[in-house]
Design a binder for this molecule. Structure first.
Ligand code: PMV
Length: 340
């Protein structure tokens, strides 16, 4: 399904080198915050694995004060140090290795041992992956620490190498990531949409709060490689992204909600058709959906979206907030446009 497959591992370095000075110097410790985000029109499938380029454009809502705070300091020794939520992580952990690989894109050959401290404000009980906010906050903090003064478009493009969804986590509010057309990925970055919608709400209904059974990267690649239903995904997903964007512009919540829910269910259908099948949703996810569909039958305008995990996210307007709090009592309600 890929349009081309690049195997040259030096390409990301070339992409970073185009935007960074030859030598970096750590001017000062630096701190940054980035919110997590949930896609209303999902990214699923890569057109280039090395440059982490998506097959389709996507559009998300950021989760206000649910995100990652990251600080960068010079390391005390010659080794990088990675701290998460106040705990020092072993150098050989998967998490640490991912962070170090990302730091290396910036440092290239330069010896510049760093200490990276991240604190996630996402409640662990929400079971949300934090790679989007984590890599976005890290990218912003590195920009400050090295005094790079790069534009947010460039930072979004660089955050893409950490994780695709991080591309969209540099801003609050609604954000669109255009897939881009260029082979080198230089036009594949996100931008904030000038669209405030103070009444817009998103609620996380926790179903499974443990680590994912399979990473989204793995699940995505397996689906692209083996699912016969994936054939129709890229064109449909692109059309959904355009339609979601138009519904947002029109402040047409019913159309927006219906499109987002259909887009998420189609995404899960591609996974379930993979061989062997991949199913992130659990029986309780389906129960939440049944409850939601019954509420909708009764006239409540509430819609759902789900990612590479079992948790269900509800989309609604402030007029439904008390109904959601009462009927989905475990849900955490987020007001994306409240001042963080
Ligand atoms: O880039 P990743 O590995 O965070 O993948 C994101 C995949 C989905 O959450 C399912 C969709 C999306 O657009 O966020």
């Amino acid at each position: 399904m890929t349009e081309r497959s690049l195997t040259d591992p030096t390409l990301p370095s070339a992409c970073f080198a185009a935007h960074l000075p030859k030598r970096l110097s750590l001017r000062q410790p630096a701190a940054a915050y980035a919110p997590s985000n949930i896609a209303l029109a999902k990214y699923w499938g890569k057109r280039d694995y090395v440059l982490n380029l998506p097959l389709n454009s996507s559009l998300s809502i950021s989760l206000a004060d649910w995100g990652s705070h990251t600080q960068i300091f010079p390391a005390a020794t010659a080794c990088d140090e990675v701290w998460l939520n106040g705990e020092s992580l072993p150098l050989d952990s998967v998490f640490t290795q991912k962070i170090i690989s990302f730091l290396n894109f910036f440092r290239r050959e330069q010896m510049l041992p760093l200490r990276v401290e991240t604190v996630n404000t996402l409640p662990t009980a929400a079971g949300l992956a934090s790679s989007a906010s984590g890599f976005a906050a890290l990218t912003l903090a590195l920009d400050k620490a090295f005094n790079l003064q790069l534009s947010h478009s460039v930072l979004s493009m660089l955050a893409r190498f950490g994780s695709g969804s991080a591309t969209r986590s540099l801003w609050h509010g609604f954000v669109r990531w255009d897939r881009g057309e260029k082979q080198d990925g230089s036009d594949s970055f996100a931008r904030p949409l000038a669209l405030d919608w103070p009444e817009f709400r998103i609620a996380i209904v926790p179903v499974d709060t443990g680590p994912k059974s399979r990473s989204s990267r793995d699940g995505m690649n397996h689906t692209v490689a083996t699912s016969p239903l994936f054939q129709t995904w890229p064109a449909q997903a692109e059309a959904d992204c355009t339609a979601v964007h138009m519904a947002l512009e029109a402040r047409d919540f019913a159309t927006l909600g219906a499109l987002s829910e259909a887009n998420a269910l189609a995404l899960h259908a591609t996974m379930m058709a993979a061989r062997p099948a991949l199913c992130y949703l659990k029986p309780q996810s389906w129960s939440v959906l049944e409850q939601l569909w019954a509420a909708r039958e009764e006239g409540h305008e509430i819609y759902a979206t789900m990612d590479a995990g079992a948790n269900v996210k509800l989309l609604f307007l402030s007029s439904e907030e008390s109904f959601v709090r009462h009927n989905f009592s475990t849900a955490s309600v987020i007001r994306p446009f409240d001042q963080p």
